[in-house]
Design a protein around this ligand. Structure first.
Ligand code: HEC
Ligand code: HEC
Ligand code: HEC
Ligand code: HEC
Length: 233
Protein backbone atom coordinates (compact mmCIF):
# COMPACT_ATOMS: atom_id res chain seq x y z
CA UNK A 1 0.00 0.00 0.00
CA UNK A 2 2.69 2.42 1.12
CA UNK A 3 4.85 1.43 -1.83
CA UNK A 4 1.98 1.94 -4.27
CA UNK A 5 1.33 5.41 -2.90
CA UNK A 6 4.99 6.22 -3.10
CA UNK A 7 5.12 5.09 -6.73
CA UNK A 8 2.01 7.11 -7.59
CA UNK A 9 3.36 10.18 -5.81
CA UNK A 10 6.76 9.99 -7.46
CA UNK A 11 5.23 9.40 -10.90
CA UNK A 12 3.07 12.49 -10.39
CA UNK A 13 6.09 14.53 -9.35
CA UNK A 14 8.20 13.24 -12.23
CA UNK A 15 5.31 13.69 -14.65
CA UNK A 16 5.32 10.00 -15.57
CA UNK A 17 1.55 9.62 -15.66
CA UNK A 18 0.49 8.83 -19.24
CA UNK A 19 -0.23 11.89 -21.36
CA UNK A 20 -3.90 12.18 -22.19
CA UNK A 21 -4.65 12.22 -25.91
CA UNK A 22 -7.02 14.70 -27.50
CA UNK A 23 -10.62 13.75 -27.93
CA UNK A 24 -13.06 13.77 -30.81
CA UNK A 25 -15.56 15.95 -28.90
CA UNK A 26 -15.48 19.50 -30.26
CA UNK A 27 -13.50 18.50 -33.37
CA UNK A 28 -14.79 18.73 -36.93
CA UNK A 29 -15.73 15.03 -36.60
CA UNK A 30 -18.14 15.85 -33.75
CA UNK A 31 -21.67 15.90 -35.18
CA UNK A 32 -23.38 15.66 -31.79
CA UNK A 33 -23.69 19.33 -30.92
CA UNK A 34 -26.66 21.67 -31.31
CA UNK A 35 -25.09 23.29 -34.38
CA UNK A 36 -25.04 19.95 -36.20
CA UNK A 37 -28.70 18.92 -36.09
CA UNK A 38 -28.74 19.03 -39.88
CA UNK A 39 -26.58 15.88 -39.74
CA UNK A 40 -27.56 14.21 -36.50
CA UNK A 41 -30.37 14.70 -33.98
CA UNK A 42 -29.49 11.74 -31.73
CA UNK A 43 -27.23 13.88 -29.52
CA UNK A 44 -24.71 11.02 -29.72
CA UNK A 45 -21.12 11.32 -30.85
CA UNK A 46 -20.03 7.86 -32.02
CA UNK A 47 -23.34 6.84 -33.68
CA UNK A 48 -22.52 8.68 -36.94
CA UNK A 49 -19.69 6.19 -37.51
CA UNK A 50 -20.13 3.28 -35.05
CA UNK A 51 -23.04 1.50 -33.35
CA UNK A 52 -23.24 -1.50 -31.02
CA UNK A 53 -25.69 -3.43 -33.24
CA UNK A 54 -26.94 -3.65 -36.84
CA UNK A 55 -23.63 -2.45 -38.32
CA UNK A 56 -22.06 -3.12 -41.75
CA UNK A 57 -20.44 -6.56 -41.47
CA UNK A 58 -17.97 -5.66 -44.26
CA UNK A 59 -16.20 -3.00 -42.23
CA UNK A 60 -14.73 -3.20 -38.74
CA UNK A 61 -14.89 -1.71 -36.19
CA UNK A 62 -18.70 -1.77 -35.97
CA UNK A 63 -19.21 0.56 -38.96
CA UNK A 64 -22.59 2.32 -38.92
CA UNK A 65 -22.08 4.86 -41.71
CA UNK A 66 -23.09 4.33 -45.34
CA UNK A 67 -20.20 3.50 -47.69
CA UNK A 68 -19.93 4.47 -51.33
CA UNK A 69 -21.35 1.81 -53.62
CA UNK A 70 -22.61 3.86 -56.56
CA UNK A 71 -20.73 6.23 -58.87
CA UNK A 72 -17.34 6.14 -57.14
CA UNK A 73 -17.41 2.44 -56.29
CA UNK A 74 -14.48 2.41 -58.73
CA UNK A 75 -12.06 5.30 -58.23
CA UNK A 76 -9.40 6.64 -60.54
CA UNK A 77 -6.37 5.47 -58.56
CA UNK A 78 -2.90 6.89 -58.03
CA UNK A 79 -0.35 5.86 -60.70
CA UNK A 80 3.01 4.91 -59.18
CA UNK A 81 5.97 6.51 -60.92
CA UNK A 82 7.64 3.09 -61.38
CA UNK A 83 6.14 -0.36 -61.89
CA UNK A 84 6.67 -2.70 -58.96
CA UNK A 85 6.03 0.02 -56.43
CA UNK A 86 3.24 -0.60 -53.97
CA UNK A 87 3.95 -4.29 -54.48
CA UNK A 88 1.90 -4.57 -57.71
CA UNK A 89 1.83 -3.11 -61.17
CA UNK A 90 1.82 0.63 -61.60
CA UNK A 91 -1.71 1.50 -60.47
CA UNK A 92 -2.54 1.70 -56.79
CA UNK A 93 -5.28 -0.78 -55.81
CA UNK A 94 -8.86 0.32 -55.17
CA UNK A 95 -9.37 1.73 -51.67
CA UNK A 96 -10.32 -0.77 -48.96
CA UNK A 97 -10.47 -1.06 -45.15
CA UNK A 98 -10.40 2.20 -43.18
CA UNK A 99 -9.80 4.30 -46.33
CA UNK A 100 -13.15 3.19 -47.70
CA UNK A 101 -14.70 4.43 -44.44
CA UNK A 102 -13.11 7.89 -44.71
CA UNK A 103 -14.09 8.11 -48.35
CA UNK A 104 -17.70 7.34 -47.47
CA UNK A 105 -17.89 10.98 -46.33
CA UNK A 106 -14.84 12.52 -47.97
CA UNK A 107 -15.56 11.55 -51.58
CA UNK A 108 -18.73 13.63 -51.42
CA UNK A 109 -20.75 10.78 -52.91
CA UNK A 110 -22.29 9.18 -49.81
CA UNK A 111 -23.99 11.80 -47.62
CA UNK A 112 -22.40 12.73 -44.28
CA UNK A 113 -25.78 12.23 -42.58
CA UNK A 114 -26.36 8.77 -44.07
CA UNK A 115 -25.98 6.38 -41.14
CA UNK A 116 -28.01 3.68 -39.45
CA UNK A 117 -29.48 2.95 -42.88
CA UNK A 118 -31.16 6.32 -43.61
CA UNK A 119 -30.69 10.06 -44.03
CA UNK A 120 -30.63 11.45 -40.50
CA UNK A 121 -30.82 15.01 -39.16
CA UNK A 122 -33.59 17.55 -38.99
CA UNK A 123 -34.43 17.42 -42.69
CA UNK A 124 -33.82 13.73 -43.38
CA UNK A 125 -32.35 14.78 -46.73
CA UNK A 126 -28.86 13.92 -48.04
CA UNK A 127 -26.14 16.37 -46.90
CA UNK A 128 -22.88 15.92 -48.79
CA UNK A 129 -19.26 16.91 -48.37
CA UNK A 130 -18.58 18.87 -51.57
CA UNK A 131 -15.14 18.96 -53.15
CA UNK A 132 -15.73 20.88 -56.33
CA UNK A 133 -14.51 18.88 -59.29
CA UNK A 134 -11.43 17.09 -57.98
CA UNK A 135 -10.98 15.47 -54.59
CA UNK A 136 -8.20 16.91 -52.45
CA UNK A 137 -7.48 19.54 -55.04
CA UNK A 138 -6.52 23.01 -53.83
CA UNK A 139 -8.89 24.34 -56.48
CA UNK A 140 -11.97 22.60 -55.11
CA UNK A 141 -12.06 23.64 -51.45
CA UNK A 142 -14.38 21.29 -49.58
CA UNK A 143 -17.63 22.57 -48.11
CA UNK A 144 -20.70 20.95 -46.60
CA UNK A 145 -23.86 21.20 -48.65
CA UNK A 146 -26.73 19.58 -50.44
CA UNK A 147 -25.33 18.11 -53.66
CA UNK A 148 -23.08 15.16 -54.44
CA UNK A 149 -19.60 15.57 -55.96
CA UNK A 150 -18.95 14.52 -59.53
CA UNK A 151 -15.35 13.29 -59.49
CA UNK A 152 -13.89 10.31 -57.64
CA UNK A 153 -10.24 10.67 -58.54
CA UNK A 154 -7.50 9.69 -56.09
CA UNK A 155 -4.83 10.19 -58.75
CA UNK A 156 -3.42 13.25 -57.03
CA UNK A 157 -3.32 11.92 -53.46
CA UNK A 158 -0.67 9.80 -51.65
CA UNK A 159 -1.14 6.13 -52.64
CA UNK A 160 -3.27 4.06 -50.23
CA UNK A 161 -4.56 0.52 -49.68
CA UNK A 162 -1.32 -1.27 -50.69
CA UNK A 163 0.95 -3.44 -48.51
CA UNK A 164 4.00 -1.82 -46.93
CA UNK A 165 6.06 -4.74 -45.64
CA UNK A 166 9.74 -5.67 -45.19
CA UNK A 167 9.97 -6.82 -48.81
CA UNK A 168 8.68 -3.53 -50.18
CA UNK A 169 11.03 -1.58 -47.89
CA UNK A 170 14.00 -3.67 -49.08
CA UNK A 171 13.06 -3.34 -52.76
CA UNK A 172 12.45 0.40 -52.51
CA UNK A 173 15.70 1.01 -50.64
CA UNK A 174 14.56 4.35 -49.26
CA UNK A 175 11.81 3.21 -46.89
CA UNK A 176 12.23 2.26 -43.24
CA UNK A 177 11.46 -1.34 -42.26
CA UNK A 178 7.91 -0.98 -40.88
CA UNK A 179 8.30 -3.94 -38.52
CA UNK A 180 11.21 -2.35 -36.64
CA UNK A 181 11.29 1.42 -37.29
CA UNK A 182 9.59 3.56 -34.62
CA UNK A 183 6.41 5.47 -35.54
CA UNK A 184 6.97 8.30 -33.07
CA UNK A 185 3.81 7.19 -31.25
CA UNK A 186 5.39 4.52 -29.05
CA UNK A 187 5.34 1.44 -31.31
CA UNK A 188 6.63 0.49 -34.75
CA UNK A 189 5.27 1.85 -38.05
CA UNK A 190 3.40 -1.45 -38.52
CA UNK A 191 1.85 -1.27 -35.03
CA UNK A 192 0.76 2.35 -35.13
CA UNK A 193 0.32 3.35 -38.79
CA UNK A 194 -0.64 0.27 -40.84
CA UNK A 195 -3.91 -1.66 -40.83
CA UNK A 196 -4.17 -5.34 -39.88
CA UNK A 197 -3.15 -6.32 -43.43
CA UNK A 198 0.02 -4.16 -43.25
CA UNK A 199 -1.54 -1.65 -45.65
CA UNK A 200 -1.01 2.10 -45.87
CA UNK A 201 -4.43 3.74 -45.48
CA UNK A 202 -5.82 7.24 -44.83
CA UNK A 203 -5.59 6.23 -41.18
CA UNK A 204 -1.79 5.76 -41.49
CA UNK A 205 -1.36 9.52 -41.44
CA UNK A 206 -4.63 10.63 -39.81
CA UNK A 207 -6.22 9.71 -36.45
CA UNK A 208 -9.89 10.32 -37.03
CA UNK A 209 -10.66 10.76 -33.32
CA UNK A 210 -7.85 13.08 -32.30
CA UNK A 211 -7.63 16.74 -33.36
CA UNK A 212 -4.61 17.54 -31.12
CA UNK A 213 -2.38 17.90 -34.17
CA UNK A 214 -4.03 19.96 -36.94
CA UNK A 215 -5.78 17.99 -39.71
CA UNK A 216 -6.09 15.01 -37.37
CA UNK A 217 -2.48 14.01 -38.15
CA UNK A 218 -1.01 11.16 -36.11
CA UNK A 219 2.41 12.77 -35.97
CA UNK A 220 3.30 16.41 -36.53
CA UNK A 221 4.46 17.15 -40.05
CA UNK A 222 6.64 20.11 -39.06
CA UNK A 223 9.92 19.60 -40.89
CA UNK A 224 8.04 16.84 -42.79
CA UNK A 225 8.47 14.61 -39.72
CA UNK A 226 5.44 12.50 -40.68
CA UNK A 227 6.83 11.80 -44.17
CA UNK A 228 10.30 11.04 -42.78
CA UNK A 229 8.88 8.45 -40.39
CA UNK A 230 8.46 6.09 -43.34
CA UNK A 231 10.65 7.62 -46.05
CA UNK A 232 14.46 7.77 -45.77
CA UNK A 233 15.17 10.94 -47.71
C1 HEC B 1 -16.24 10.49 -38.15
C2 HEC B 1 -16.32 9.06 -37.93
C3 HEC B 1 -15.99 8.50 -36.57
C4 HEC B 1 -16.50 8.86 -35.35
C5 HEC B 1 -17.51 9.95 -35.05
C6 HEC B 1 -15.95 7.95 -34.37
N1 HEC B 1 -15.11 7.06 -35.00
FE1 HEC B 1 -14.14 5.51 -34.15
N2 HEC B 1 -13.29 5.01 -35.94
C7 HEC B 1 -13.55 5.65 -37.13
C8 HEC B 1 -12.76 5.04 -38.19
C9 HEC B 1 -12.77 5.44 -39.65
C10 HEC B 1 -12.03 4.00 -37.58
C11 HEC B 1 -11.05 3.04 -38.27
C12 HEC B 1 -9.75 3.73 -38.57
C13 HEC B 1 -8.85 3.77 -37.41
O1 HEC B 1 -8.77 2.79 -36.68
O2 HEC B 1 -8.19 4.80 -37.24
C14 HEC B 1 -12.37 4.00 -36.16
C15 HEC B 1 -11.85 3.14 -35.21
C16 HEC B 1 -12.31 3.04 -33.91
C17 HEC B 1 -11.88 2.06 -32.94
C18 HEC B 1 -10.86 0.94 -33.18
C19 HEC B 1 -9.48 1.46 -33.40
C20 HEC B 1 -9.02 2.36 -32.30
O3 HEC B 1 -8.70 3.54 -32.61
O4 HEC B 1 -9.02 1.97 -31.13
C21 HEC B 1 -12.56 2.29 -31.79
C22 HEC B 1 -12.46 1.51 -30.49
C23 HEC B 1 -13.42 3.44 -32.02
N3 HEC B 1 -13.24 3.87 -33.32
C24 HEC B 1 -14.27 3.99 -31.08
C25 HEC B 1 -14.97 5.18 -31.24
C26 HEC B 1 -15.80 5.78 -30.21
C27 HEC B 1 -15.99 5.21 -28.81
C28 HEC B 1 -16.34 6.91 -30.74
C29 HEC B 1 -17.20 7.96 -30.07
C30 HEC B 1 -16.64 8.56 -28.86
C31 HEC B 1 -15.87 7.00 -32.12
N4 HEC B 1 -15.04 5.95 -32.37
C32 HEC B 1 -16.25 7.97 -33.02
C33 HEC B 1 -14.41 6.69 -37.32
C34 HEC B 1 -15.11 7.37 -36.33
C1 HEC C 1 2.98 5.20 -43.28
C2 HEC C 1 4.21 5.40 -44.05
C3 HEC C 1 4.27 6.57 -44.98
C4 HEC C 1 4.11 7.90 -44.70
C5 HEC C 1 3.79 8.51 -43.34
C6 HEC C 1 4.32 8.60 -45.92
N1 HEC C 1 4.58 7.73 -46.93
FE1 HEC C 1 4.93 8.19 -48.87
N2 HEC C 1 4.94 6.24 -49.35
C7 HEC C 1 4.93 5.20 -48.45
C8 HEC C 1 5.10 3.94 -49.15
C9 HEC C 1 5.15 2.57 -48.50
C10 HEC C 1 5.19 4.26 -50.52
C11 HEC C 1 5.36 3.29 -51.70
C12 HEC C 1 6.83 3.25 -52.07
C13 HEC C 1 7.15 2.02 -52.91
O1 HEC C 1 6.27 1.37 -53.43
O2 HEC C 1 8.36 1.71 -53.06
C14 HEC C 1 5.10 5.71 -50.60
C15 HEC C 1 5.19 6.43 -51.80
C16 HEC C 1 5.44 7.79 -51.86
C17 HEC C 1 5.86 8.51 -53.03
C18 HEC C 1 6.20 7.89 -54.38
C19 HEC C 1 5.02 7.69 -55.26
C20 HEC C 1 5.50 7.25 -56.64
O3 HEC C 1 4.78 7.50 -57.60
O4 HEC C 1 6.58 6.71 -56.77
C21 HEC C 1 6.02 9.81 -52.68
C22 HEC C 1 6.48 10.95 -53.55
C23 HEC C 1 5.64 9.92 -51.26
N3 HEC C 1 5.31 8.66 -50.80
C24 HEC C 1 5.67 11.07 -50.54
C25 HEC C 1 5.28 11.18 -49.21
C26 HEC C 1 5.14 12.43 -48.50
C27 HEC C 1 5.42 13.80 -49.09
C28 HEC C 1 4.75 12.13 -47.25
C29 HEC C 1 4.41 13.06 -46.12
C30 HEC C 1 3.29 13.98 -46.39
C31 HEC C 1 4.64 10.67 -47.17
N4 HEC C 1 4.97 10.15 -48.38
C32 HEC C 1 4.28 9.98 -46.04
C33 HEC C 1 4.77 5.30 -47.09
C34 HEC C 1 4.55 6.47 -46.39
C1 HEC D 1 -19.21 10.82 -40.98
C2 HEC D 1 -18.46 11.45 -42.06
C3 HEC D 1 -16.95 11.46 -41.96
C4 HEC D 1 -16.11 10.37 -41.86
C5 HEC D 1 -16.49 8.90 -41.79
C6 HEC D 1 -14.78 10.90 -41.85
N1 HEC D 1 -14.81 12.27 -41.94
FE1 HEC D 1 -13.24 13.56 -41.93
N2 HEC D 1 -14.48 15.15 -41.93
C7 HEC D 1 -15.85 15.07 -42.14
C8 HEC D 1 -16.39 16.42 -42.28
C9 HEC D 1 -17.84 16.75 -42.58
C10 HEC D 1 -15.29 17.30 -42.11
C11 HEC D 1 -15.28 18.81 -42.23
C12 HEC D 1 -16.06 19.48 -41.20
C13 HEC D 1 -16.04 20.96 -41.43
O1 HEC D 1 -15.85 21.40 -42.58
O2 HEC D 1 -16.18 21.65 -40.45
C14 HEC D 1 -14.11 16.47 -41.89
C15 HEC D 1 -12.83 16.95 -41.70
C16 HEC D 1 -11.69 16.18 -41.82
C17 HEC D 1 -10.34 16.69 -41.88
C18 HEC D 1 -9.91 18.16 -41.83
C19 HEC D 1 -9.81 18.62 -40.41
C20 HEC D 1 -9.31 20.04 -40.32
O3 HEC D 1 -8.91 20.39 -39.22
O4 HEC D 1 -9.34 20.77 -41.32
C21 HEC D 1 -9.51 15.62 -42.03
C22 HEC D 1 -8.00 15.64 -42.15
C23 HEC D 1 -10.34 14.44 -42.06
N3 HEC D 1 -11.65 14.81 -41.91
C24 HEC D 1 -9.85 13.16 -42.25
C25 HEC D 1 -10.63 12.00 -42.15
C26 HEC D 1 -10.09 10.65 -42.23
C27 HEC D 1 -8.65 10.32 -42.48
C28 HEC D 1 -11.14 9.80 -42.05
C29 HEC D 1 -11.08 8.28 -41.96
C30 HEC D 1 -10.07 7.71 -41.06
C31 HEC D 1 -12.34 10.61 -41.93
N4 HEC D 1 -11.99 11.94 -41.98
C32 HEC D 1 -13.63 10.12 -41.78
C33 HEC D 1 -16.61 13.93 -42.18
C34 HEC D 1 -16.13 12.64 -42.04
C1 HEC E 1 0.92 9.90 -46.44
C2 HEC E 1 0.12 10.56 -45.46
C3 HEC E 1 -1.33 10.83 -45.79
C4 HEC E 1 -2.26 9.95 -46.30
C5 HEC E 1 -2.07 8.49 -46.67
C6 HEC E 1 -3.51 10.68 -46.37
N1 HEC E 1 -3.33 11.96 -45.92
FE1 HEC E 1 -4.75 13.42 -45.75
N2 HEC E 1 -3.34 14.77 -45.24
C7 HEC E 1 -2.03 14.47 -44.96
C8 HEC E 1 -1.35 15.69 -44.55
C9 HEC E 1 0.12 15.79 -44.16
C10 HEC E 1 -2.33 16.72 -44.60
C11 HEC E 1 -2.12 18.20 -44.27
C12 HEC E 1 -1.78 18.95 -45.53
C13 HEC E 1 -1.61 20.40 -45.28
O1 HEC E 1 -1.89 20.88 -44.19
O2 HEC E 1 -1.21 21.08 -46.24
C14 HEC E 1 -3.58 16.12 -45.03
C15 HEC E 1 -4.78 16.79 -45.21
C16 HEC E 1 -6.01 16.16 -45.37
C17 HEC E 1 -7.30 16.83 -45.35
C18 HEC E 1 -7.53 18.31 -45.14
C19 HEC E 1 -7.98 19.02 -46.40
C20 HEC E 1 -6.93 19.11 -47.45
O3 HEC E 1 -7.24 18.82 -48.63
O4 HEC E 1 -5.79 19.51 -47.13
C21 HEC E 1 -8.24 15.87 -45.53
C22 HEC E 1 -9.76 16.06 -45.56
C23 HEC E 1 -7.56 14.60 -45.67
N3 HEC E 1 -6.20 14.81 -45.58
C24 HEC E 1 -8.18 13.39 -45.83
C25 HEC E 1 -7.52 12.23 -46.23
C26 HEC E 1 -8.20 11.03 -46.71
C27 HEC E 1 -9.69 10.85 -46.82
C28 HEC E 1 -7.22 10.13 -47.02
C29 HEC E 1 -7.37 8.77 -47.66
C30 HEC E 1 -8.09 8.78 -48.94
C31 HEC E 1 -5.93 10.75 -46.69
N4 HEC E 1 -6.17 12.02 -46.24
C32 HEC E 1 -4.70 10.13 -46.82
C33 HEC E 1 -1.43 13.24 -45.06
C34 HEC E 1 -2.02 12.10 -45.56
Amino acid sequence: MKLKRLVLLSSLILGLTPLSRGQIAGSSHDFSTAGNTLYNTTGELCIVCHAPHHTDANYQPLWNHGTTTSVFATYTGYNFSKTGMGGNGSAAPQPDGPSKMCLSCHDGQTAVNQFGGKYQGTTGVAQYFNHGNTMFSPNGGPSLGGTASTNGSLAGTHPISFRYDQTLAANDGALNDPTTAPSGMGGTIANDFLDQNMKVQCSSCHEVHDPTIAKFLRVSNVGSALCLTCHKK
